[in-house]
Structure formats: C-alpha cells, structure tokens
Design a protein around this ligand. Structure first.
Ligand code: 5GP
Length: 208
C-alpha cells in the first residue's frame, strides 16, 4: 500500500493547428489506457466527415450549448473561429475522483480559464519543432484554403505568445508522436510526486 496521493490529475493539452496534438493524445490513450481518460467536448460546429457524436465531440446546437452554460454544466467554454467549444464538467469530476488522469485537448483561452478556476491543473503546450515545420504540415494537409492556412499561422503566433503561462512545452517531431506521448506521461508521473500535491503525506503515513 502507498499513502501517496492517488487522485487523478487534470491535464490540459493545447497546441497550434499542425502541432499534431490529436495524434499525441491518441498515443497517450493507446499506450497508457489505465492511467488516462479523455474528456469529450461539446461544440456547435458541424461534424467533419468521419466524426461521430459522443466520440469526437458532442455536436449540439447553439441554444442547447447556451442552456448548458446557464446550468453551470460547463467546466469552461470558449468561442473559437465562430463556434462554441466547451468541457462538460460531470465526466471530468467523476474520473478525477476515480483516480484517472483526465486529458482536455483544448485551445489556449479555455486552458487559461481552467487554470484560474482549478490551479492544480497541469498545462502542457505541444508544438512542432519550428515555424517552418508547422507551415509545412498545414500545407501538407491539402484540405485547407490559403486564407485558412494564413489564419491558423497567425493564430499560432498568439498561441505561442502564451507559452509562459503553460507549465511545460513538449515538441512533437515529425513521425515521433509516440515519444511525445511518453514524455507527457513522464511529466505527469513526476508532477504527481511533487510535495505540494502530497500535503497530507506525513499525516496519513503515521496513521498507517
Ligand atoms: P476543431 O474544430 O479543429 O476540432 O477544434 C478547434 C480548437 O478548439 C482546437 O484548438 C481544440 O483543441 C479546441 N477545443 C476543442 N474542444 C474544446 C473545449 O472543450 N474547450 C475549448 N476551450 N477548446 C476546445
């Protein structure tokens, strides 16, 4: 038996479009299924081909989203490119209590709101190694318009300008999402050993 704090940790992963954060998240869940759970967000944007309700997002309309906000059912929400995106609070709370680390893959505004509301949250920024790799990845997708690419590149400047408000930065090299996933799992494991996250250690130690 260990008296170490075994509560789950709330892990926010952000990164510019083209950082490959979706692939990294998938790797974390594949490699460490016992330790991590993914929160599925709600959004008002339309599903893209292949996206499923309840798997990639809960796709709901604007009035339904606004009703959830009113009810206080969203842990955070943000408007991004004309649509609402938000984190339903119930799943996150349940999983943290069960001891799972919960991943939120969300953009910067929402991440900073969560950190303000729940300061124990760990914020990790995932980035490509440099700007030219980011641009190459966005162009390589072949599905975005020139205007969209320029928009996303401009947004990436703003996103990276908030880097110091994050706890860690993890670089996702081309073809190495598995390594980035391992780095993030290691960061979470050492975070959970921090004394500030184990304030009751000595008390519980002597009770056992
Ligand atoms: P996309 O439309 O490409 O799926 O997502 C657009 C952006 O919204 C991404 O940066 C994604 O991480 C972010 N996002 C997804 N879900 C949430 C959420 O629940 N809250 C916030 N604040 N951002 C989210």
């Amino acid at each position: 038996m260990s008296v170490q704090n075994n509560k789950g940790l709330l892990l926010v992963l952000s990164g510019p479009a083209g950082s490959g954060k979706g692939t990294v998240v998938k790797q974390i869940l594949d490699k460490y299924p016992e330790d991590f759970g993914l929160s599925v967000s709600a959004t008002t944007r339309a599903p893209r081909p292949g996206e499923e309700h309840g798997v990639h997002y809960y796709f709901i309309d604007k009035p339904a989203f606004e009703e959830r906000i009113e009810q206080g059912a969203m842990l955070e929400y943000a408007e991004y490119c004309g649509n609402y995106y938000g984190t339903p609070a119930d799943y996150v709370q349940k999983k943290l209590e069960e001891g799972k680390n919960v991943i939120l893959e969300i953009e910067v505004q929402g991440a900073l709101k969560i950190k303000e509301r729940l300061p124990d949250t760990l914020l990790v920024m995932i980035t490509p190694p440099d700007f030219s790799t980011l641009e190459k990845r966005l162009r390589g997708r072949g599905t975005n318009t020139e205007e969209d690419i320029r928009n996303r590149l401009a947004t990436s400047r703003w996103e990276l300008s908030n880097l110091e408000r994050y706890d860690y930065v993890v670089i996702n090299e081309d073809g190495k999402a598995g390594d980035a996933a391992d780095e993030i799992a290691a960061i979470v494991a050492s975070e959970k050993k921090k004394t500030c996250r184990n304030k009751d250690f000595a008390k519980i130690f002597f009770e056992n």
